[in-house]
Design a protein around this ligand. Sequence first.
Ligand SMILES: Cc1cc2nc3c(=O)[nH]c(=O)nc-3n(C[C@H](O)[C@H](O)[C@H](O)COP(=O)(O)O)c2cc1C
Length: 163
Amino acid sequence: MNSLVIYYSLEGNTKYISECIANAVNGDILELKPKKDISPNGFARYFWGGKQVLFKEKPELNNIDKNPLDYDFIFIGSPVWAATYAPVFNSFFKQVTIKNKKIALFACYGGNEGKIFNSFKNVLVDNEVVSEIGFKDPLTNDKQAAASKVTAWAQSIVGKSQK
Ligand SMILES: Cc1cc2nc3c(=O)[nH]c(=O)nc-3n(C[C@H](O)[C@H](O)[C@H](O)COP(=O)(O)O)c2cc1C
């Protein structure tokens, strides 16, 4: 069973969780990077990021160097932005069609998960979403606890999917 972890992270939380998952299941990583990202510092990030969500923007992405269709199992993760996924995923889902895959969703948030998992499920309708998990700013809360939790989660769902 080969796994791919697809993620975006502005401030490092989702990156941290993604790397824990990739280590746990010996998977590959596809980091979505906009050609021109907003600054992770300062309050302006909420304004610019919120504006991208509001206007359903599709920031231009750097080269996508992994084909999700080559993998049996896909993890997809994003920070919660204005209660949904970061707009780089608008660009990604426009470029890449994911179908007939087993998918697990993860998210990092500052307050609550909002509707991020439903938003993802709405665009991943032709797939089986088997699990979802959220973490509250893992880098500034209990980093080690988040790592242990996500490692156990990832291994158990990939293990179950193999049966
Ligand atoms: C533009 C923007 C919008 C955000 N909107 C929300 C939100 O609606 N709900 C929430 O709980 N956290 C929100 N956050 C906080 C992030 O989801 C949270 O800090 C997350 O852990 C950041 O992940 P990252 O380090 O991978 O970028 C927002 C952050 C940004 C930059």
